[in-house]
Each structure stands twice: as structure tokens, then as C-alpha cells.
Design a protein around this ligand. Structure first.
Ligand code: SF4
Ligand code: SF4
Length: 426
């Protein structure tokens, strides 16, 4: 567990974290800044501040983007202490019904499969489809989602239900795929694209059918019970096949960061050292998909032989959980750049403003405010496509671009690479 007072004492109030803080950029107030959050938690531990509903609002406004951690000269774990504060808030005030329902579905994949199928069948009653952007627009205000907002598309069949458990590509190597919930149910072209790429590379696939959600949505909301259940189930399952695969590849920054980094931290903070060690051991074989494909296969040279496959202009956004948490930013650019013209936006490292379940529902005005500058800098590049290896970024940036009436659409790098391979193979 964290000692808030000592973290607060360690903060030298240098203010380096202030200009990069996503919530402070929207609400320039000391209380909604990294050192402000830390100060409040120090005061709370000393008994000077009760976590009341006002404090709840303050701590729920952090985007958990980790920008502050990235620049802090004292390496203070601001994101992690806010996650702890959210647990305390959840214990005290409970978790809203729709979040509990969502986390229940994340814990029960079979029921989620049925709910997703029902959603697909009846979606036309409540939403219309935007074909160009591959998303859904609500026709009216829903209890937690306002109308005229771009939501993720829905697939008739999830990725995990589209393939057998083992796919033999006649290769000498074998990888497992951890697909992530949004790519599994919504942005399914990511999973299909990854299968096409691995087929071309003659790498066998183990589609780990019993995988559960990585638990990131629950972690960021303070539902630690769900985190414990999901991560322990996943750890036991991964251990059952880890020695039979070269790697577990994940085409999603947030899931990958959660599995590779946060599971071990979570258990260590709770004093469960054995589970922390088990998570740590697994982490050596967890890779973001572009990272593994660029560094452990011949994909890059294969793509280079194909040359530029069209005149599409692509700009790359750095997901917070890729660049800041895992230092992954070169590999997706290297792979995309083999076949597409690329142009950097003015600040690719600026958080898109997704923020998690609470910000996407109860505090959506904050996501809208953080999303506008990101959409504007994408538009300035005149790119046709913005790519990022993260479906949370896709949900947020996709809507920001839609609201800004931008021509740019969103693609995961895996989709772009699969398209390039397909075009060059014809
Ligand atoms: S995690 Fe992001 S939004 Fe939260 S305090 Fe740090 S910089 Fe600000
Ligand atoms: S950068 Fe770190 S030490 Fe400096 S004010 Fe922010 S939290 Fe405190």
C-alpha cells in the first residue's frame, strides 16, 4: 500500500507535471493537477481531509494518462495513488449500476457473447451506422450516452468465436493472441488482420479461448475485486500454455500495459508477492503486436519489398499506455512507414482524452474538451488516416474527429499492415 504522506512530502512542487496534465489543461486549477491530487491525498492520510463527494469528483477527473509520471523528476506514482484513492471512493460510495453491470459482463464472457449478439441484432432500433467511420450513432439520448456521438461498431461474431483454437500456418514458431475486449467484440478487423499477417509470416497461432478481460476498465474505476478475479484467472490460464508459445501478442496498448506492468504492481501493492512474481514471469513473453512483429519477425523487410501501396497519408497518435508505459513508439511507425506516406502531427504524445469508463459516461464533457485539440492537430496534417494501436484511443479519437467533421478516419496499425500485405500480394 502507498504512504500518501511520504509521497506528498517527496513532491518538490517543481510544477513540471502541470503543463502536461490532461485534466489541468482543461480545468487549470491546482486541485485538479498532479501535485494537487498528491497534496489532497497527503492531507487525507493525516486526517485533515475527508473523502467526501466533492473530493470524489476531483479524483474521478484524472485521465490516468501518466503524463505526470513521465516527466516527474521524483518518479512519483501519481496515477497509482489516484487508482488507490478511487478504490477508497468505490468502497465508500459504491459503483454506479451500469459500471457494475459492465464489469459483470467482463467477468462472464459467455454472457457477454450473448449480450453482444443481441446488441448486434437489435442495434438498428437505437443507433444508425456510420459506414465510413465504422461506428454507431445513437438516435436518441440513452441513460448514460448522449445522442449524436460516435460509438464503437458491433460485430455479428466476436474474433474469439471466429477461429479454431489452433491455427497451423506450417511454421516453426507459434504465438498466442490476447485480443482485448474492444477488438474482440467491436473493432474485429484488428483480429482478422493479425491472423492474415501471421499467416503470411507462416507463424502458427494459439487463439487463447479462455482469456478474460485484462481488467483495465475495473482497475481505473477502483473495482479492485474485479481486477483480482480477472487477473488471477488470466494468470492461471496463461501459465497453462506459456511454455508452448514464443510470445503472447496484444494489438492493444492498454491491455498490454495492464498485463505486462499493472498486474504485478497491483498484487505487490496488496502484499500478494507470489501472484506478483507469477505476473512478472509472464510479462517477459507479453508484447504489443507491432513491437513483436517489428523486432522478432521479418515483417518489416517483407513490407519494404511491397513499397508504397497507395497515396493515403497516415499520421500516428501515441497511446499513453504504449509510449509512456511501455516505451513503444518506433515500431508501429516503422511498420506503417514501409507502405504508407506518413506525416507527424504537432504533438502525437498528447493524451487523446479517453480517460476510462467514468470519463466516457458521467464526465463525458471532459473527454469532449480533451478530444478537441487532438482532432485539430490530426486535421492540420491533412491525413486520411490516424493510426494508433489502442481501441480506447480509437473510441475517443473516432468521436472527436466525427464531431470536428474531419475527413480523417481511424485505423489500428495492424489493419493498415494487413491491407498493405493483401494489396501487395495481388
Ligand atoms: S495521470 Fe494525467 S490527468 Fe491524471 S494527474 Fe497525471 S497528468 Fe494529470
Ligand atoms: S513533477 Fe513530480 S515533484 Fe514536480 S510538482 Fe509534479 S508531482 Fe511534484
Amino acid at each position: 500500500m502507498f504512504n500518501y504522506t511520504s509521497i506528498s512530502d517527496e513532491c518538490i512542487k517543481c510544477g513540471k507535471c502541470i503543463p502536461v496534465c490532461t485534466i489541468h489543461q482543461i480545468n487549470p486549477d491546482e486541485t485538479t493537477s498532479p501535485r494537487g491530487f498528491i497534496d489532497l491525498l497527503g492531507a487525507h492520510e493525516r486526517g485533515e481531509l475527508d473523502i467526501d463527494r466533492n473530493a470524489k469528483q476531483i479524483f474521478e477527473s484524472c485521465f490516468l494518462c501518466t503524463n505526470c509520471v513521465d516527466v516527474c523528476p521524483k518518479d512519483l506514482p501519481t496515477d497509482m495513488v489516484i487508482e488507490e484513492a478511487r478504490k477508497e471512493i468505490a468502497d465508500k460510495y459504491g459503483i454506479a449500476w451500469f459500471k457494475r453491470l459492465f464489469f459483470f459482463l467482463l467477468r462472464h464472457r459467455k454472457i457477454m457473447d450473448i449480450a453482444s449478439k443481441l446488441g448486434y441484432v437489435f442495434k438498428s432500433c437505437a443507433v444508425r451506422t456510420d459506414e465510413k467511420r465504422g461506428g454507431l450513432i445513437p438516435r436518441f439520448n440513452l441513460p448514460i450516452i448522449k445522442k449524436d456521438r460516435l460509438l464503437p461498431s458491433m460485430a455479428s461474431t466476436s474474433v474469439l468465436n471466429s477461429y479454431p483454437e489452433n491455427i497451423d500456418h506450417g511454421g516453426k514458431r507459434r504465438v498466442a493472441i490476447f485480443i482485448g475486449c474492444l477488438a474482440n467484440y467491436n473493432y474485429t478487423d484488428i483480429g482478422h488482420g493479425l491472423v492474415k499477417i501471421l499467416k503470411r509470416l507462416e507463424i502458427d497461432i494459439f487463439f487463447a479461448k479462455e482469456q478474460k478481460c485484462c481488467a483495465a476498465p475495473a482497475y481505473f474505476t477502483g473495482d479492485f475485486k474485479t481486477v483480482e478475479v480477472l487477473s488471477k484467472q488470466n494468470i492461471e490460464y496463461f501459465e497453462s500454455f506459456i511454455d508452448r508459445v514464443d510470445a503472447i501478442i496484444v494489438p492493444e496498448a492498454t491491455c498490454s500495459a495492464m498485463i505486462k506492468h499493472d498486474w504485478a504492481v497491483f498484487f505487490r501493492n496488496r502484499g500478494e508477492e507470489e501472484w506478483a512474481m507469477r505476473a512478472q514471469r509472464l510479462s517477459e513473453k507479453i508484447f504489443m503486436a507491432t513491437e513483436w512483429l517489428a523486432n522478432h519477425t521479418e515483417l518489416s523487410s517483407l513490407l519494404e519489398k511491397s513499397g508504397v501501396v497507395g497515396d493515403l497519408l497516415v499520421t500516428y497518435h501515441d497511446p499513453c499506455h504504449a509510449r509512456k508505459v511501455q516505451n513503444i513508439y518506433k515500431e508501429p511507425r516503422e511498420l506503417i512507414g514501409r507502405n504508407y506516406r506518413m506525416k507527424e502531427m504537432s504533438d502525437p504524445n498528447r493524451c487523446c482524452g479517453f480517460g476510462g469508463v467514468t470519463i466516457q459516461t458521467e464526465k463525458f464533457h471532459l473527454a469532449e474538451a480533451a478530444g478537441k485539440p487532438k482532432a485539430a492537430m490530426i486535421d492540420e496534417t491533412k491525413a486520411d488516416i490516424v493510426a494508433a494501436e489502442c481501441s480506447a484511443c480509437r473510441m475517443q479519437i473516432g468521436n472527436s474527429l466525427y464531431q470536428a467533421e474531419s475527413k480523417a478516419i481511424f485505423k489500428n496499425p495492424i489493419e493498415l499492415i494487413a491491407d498493405a500485405l493483401e494489396k501487395s500480394g495481388k
